[in-house]
Design a protein around this ligand. Structure first.
Ligand code: CA
Length: 221
């Protein structure tokens, strides 16, 4: 048994995708539509989308929250994994980015499962907390947004996600392919503060995965 994780060389990564990726054509089409954009690195990888879809199915999640939608790939991956009555509240501040994804949500037949809220996500999370059934009313949450607010997002999601539910946090190891360990940018400092915040947090079970740019899974106790 190896004591460390495998750093994926390009050929090993290509092999991983070749023998395991099952990206639905509509997700591949959204990825292709996003690829030419200057900030396309903000999109999660297809294998991460497939992993999150597996988690959602494994949990039988019905009500989900996403903080940071970008062009809608992760929301679409999750929505496709939800049961017929499943829903996801997708939070973003950009009309421009999210517009890219909406035609693909419709094409996939899941547009009615996705409620897009264009405003600062903290405001949306506070509104959800104030709604009847909001507190503890969600099964799964994914955060991939402005790093400075990760701790406030997490604190609100801890109240919104039910006991036994899951909060998945993106970029806990790297930003734009650079390990946060080697960075002192404001975003990297915020991510290190977030990691320290949750490491010994007795309110959650935790596992940090070296998938994509680092994905921390937090199960609400
Ligand atoms: Ca990310």
């Amino acid at each position: 048994m190896s004591p460390r994780n495998l750093a994926l060389s390009p050929d090993v990564h290509a092999y991983l995708l070749g023998v395991s990726l099952r990206e639905p054509p509509v997700l591949a089409a959204l990825r292709a539509a996003t690829a030419p954009r200057a900030e396309a690195g903000m999109q999660i990888s297809p294998e991460q989308g497939q992993f999150m879809a597996l988690l959602v199915r494994l949990m039988g999640a019905r009500r989900c929250i996403e903080v940071g939608t970008y062009t809608g790939y992760s929301a679409l991956a999750v929505a496709l994994a939800l049961p017929a009555d499943g829903t996801i509240v997708a939070c973003d501040v950009s009309e421009e980015f999210t517009q890219v994804g909406r035609p693909f949500w419709r094409e996939a037949g899941v547009a009615d499962k996705i409620t897009l809220r264009i405003q600062p996500a903290l405001a949306t999370l506070d509104e959800l907390l104030a709604l009847p059934g909001g507190r503890g009313g969600y099964d799964f949450a994914f955060v991939d947004a402005d790093k400075d607010n990760y701790i406030p997002y997490y604190e609100r999601l801890l109240q919104l996600v039910r006991t036994g539910g899951l909060i998945a946090i993106d970029n806990t190891l790297a930003l734009s392919s650079v390990p946060i360990l080697h960075l002192e940018t404001p975003a990297a400092i915020a991510m290190k503060a977030f990691n320290a915040h949750v490491h010994q947090d007795a309110r959650v079970d935790l596992s940090m995965l070296p998938i994509g740019e680092g994905l921390t899974l937090l199960r609400v106790l």
